[in-house]
Design a protein around this ligand. Structure first.
Ligand code: FAD
Length: 491
């Protein structure tokens, strides 16, 4: 087996991994990053759009795995979108250099300060809102759509209809910032540049316009000359050595998923940034197979960030519905968070199907009243999740309240076209928690019971943050790595 020694290893190239890499590289450290997905930019393979799913559409699957309408066959390829299926919930994640930033909708939402304080009572919220969130907005290139463009552009009819209907039903709407470059979007509308958001590109990757991590944090980190990214390298398990260093068993694959090399990596310092589910799998599996020490809090306080999908059919069919042409980039949201009985936030989501299906799609984000727990099933060798309908009962009540109120004011029915009973309780885009900051780790993400292991990704957030999570994941990672470097953890 090929053996590599690296002083600092990062597993995963999503938000937590990318932030850690940049700040360590800027501090002059040599960093090796292992990513199981493909380096799409280097491969030169274009991303496919939603109407013509191709190589990038799914992680080694024979059929597409979007939340609905999976009518397309595929040749298995290491695509960008993966789905982990559990009995009561399906969890979508991004794969590839850039992690979730490749497949997500780019919605860059800062949590409400009051809720951030509630979720993280021990953090200095003032410092987050004055320093880390503004820093993250700058690094991620967060921007806002021009109101006039939004008003005029036929591709945003679904947003305009959604907002007008929400107002009629008595709800408050908000403009949602995004990392998609809206100046690029205005040019693509005029056909001055190739189309991406207006060409149904998003959950299988964007060829243009979107400032995913490969164009921001990772690019800056690579420019320092201190970062090496090894793609198609999947970490199978971790061992703790007597001298407190780590040994990783890694499989290098080709794009069909076949193993081309079994490798061993040794490192002094290890950063786990494999995303909530990836990090939990590595910790729990290594514990089950290698006696890897883990703290009792690992797997606890897991949540779906209150994700609950729902939709309405026959949305204003006579006035032309929600539009045949739809941008893939959401810019509108309904903010009902202050309602004591039914607190939720919902994205007015696009449904770019190439025809007007007079259907509105919503991804609700609720509080998580009842958290779940992740463990490892050694017999079937996979993660198991303690999560069922009781965890989403209140979310369903909120969705029902929302849909009924919208339909009463505007007409329409609950969407049986999109979901079996009109409710997608099992759709999760935002798995969070299981390795909570200050509980399973110290105050800066150093794992309890370890001297040289750090967790820096969505698993630090205790299952809920009230809005789409990547801005918060990035800010927490900035805060942790800054303090870890200051404490000479990587000296
Ligand atoms: P990730 O971004 O998930 O990165 C983890 C990386 O680690 C991945 O690249 C993975 O391939 C790699 N990895 C995992 N295991 C291993 C292993 N064993 N070996 C090597 N590599 C490994 N959030 C928002 O804020 N706004 C949105 O608009 C939004 N839209 C979304 C839409 C979709 C369809 C999805 C799926 C998610 C969306 N999200 C959105 C959620 C957001 O993308 C995630 O919360 C975020 O990416 C999580 O960041 P992370 O750093 O925890 O890990």
């Amino acid at each position: 087996k090929e053996i590599t020694d690296a002083p600092i290893l990062i597993i995963g190239s999503g938000y937590g991994g990318a932030v850690s890499a940049l700040r360590l590289c800027e501090a002059g450290k040599k960093v090796v990053m292992l990513e199981m997905g493909l380096n799409w930019e280097k491969s030169g393979i274009p991303f496919s759009n939603m109407l013509k799913p191709g190589k990038s559409a799914a992680w080694l699957k024979k059929k597409t795995i979007a939340p609905f309408m999976n009518i397309f066959s595929l040749t298995p390829f290491t695509g960008t979108l993966d789905r982990m299926d559990f009995e009561h919930i399906n969890i979508w994640v991004g794969r590839g250099v850039g992690g979730g930033s490749l497949v997500n909708g780019g919605m860059a939402v800062t949590p409400k300060e009051s809720y951030f304080r509630e979720v993280f009572p021990d953090l200095d919220a003032k410092k987050f809102y004055s320093t880390y969130f503004p820093l993250v907005h700058k690094e991620l290139k967060v921007n806002v759509i021009g109101e006039q463009f939004l008003k005029d552009c036929p591709y945003y009819k679904f947003t305009r209809v959604g907002e007008a209907e929400a107002h009629k039903a008595g709800f408050k709407t908000i403009r949602v910032p995004n990392v998609y470059d809206f100046q690029y979007m205005e040019k693509e509308y005029k056909n001055e540049v190739p189309r991406s958001a207006f060409n149904t590109e998003v959950i299988y990757g964007n060829n243009h316009g979107k400032n995913s991590l490969d164009k921001t944090y990772l690019k800056k980190a690579l420019d320092t000359g201190n970062l090496e990214i090894l793609d198609l390298h999947c970490v199978d398990n971790i061992k703790l050595n007597d001298d407190k260093t780590y040994t990783l068993n890694v499989q290098q694959t080709d794009t069909s998923g076949a193993v081309v090399a079994d490798k061993v990596f040794n490192c002094k310092k290890l950063i786990l940034a494999a995303g909530t589910m990836g990090t939990l799998k590595l910790l729990l599996k290594s514990n089950a197979t290698n006696n890897f020490p883990i703290h009792e809090q690992i797997g606890k306080s897991w949540g779906n960030n209150g994700n609950f999908m729902t939709g309405r059919n026959w949305v204003k069919p006579l006035s032309g519905g929600t539009g045949a042409k739809q941008s893939t980039i959401p810019v509108g949201g309904i903010d009902n968070w202050e309602d004591k009985e039914h607190p939720f936030f919902t994205e007015i989501a696009p449904l770019p199907m190439g025809m007007d299906v007079a259907t509105a799609l919503y991804l609700l984000i609720n509080r998580v009243d009842k958290k779940g727990e992740v463990s490892y099933d050694s017999i079937n060798k996979k993660l198991s999740l303690n999560w069922d309908q009781s965890n989403t009962a209140k979310m369903k009540e909120n969705a029902d309240y929302f849909i009924k109120k919208m339909n009463r004011a505007n007409g329409g029915t609950r969407s049986h076209f999109l979901f079996n009973n009109g409710f997608g309780a099992d759709v999760c885009y935002h798995p969070l928690g299981g390795c909570v900051l200050g509980k399973a780790t110290n105050e800066y993400g150093k794992l309890n019971n370890h001297d040289n292991l750090y967790v820096l990704d969505g698993s630090l957030i205790p299952g809920t943050i009230g809005v789409n999570p990547f801005v918060t994941i990035t800010a927490i990672a900035e805060y942790c790595i800054e303090n870890l470097i200051r404490q000479n953890e990587f000296a």
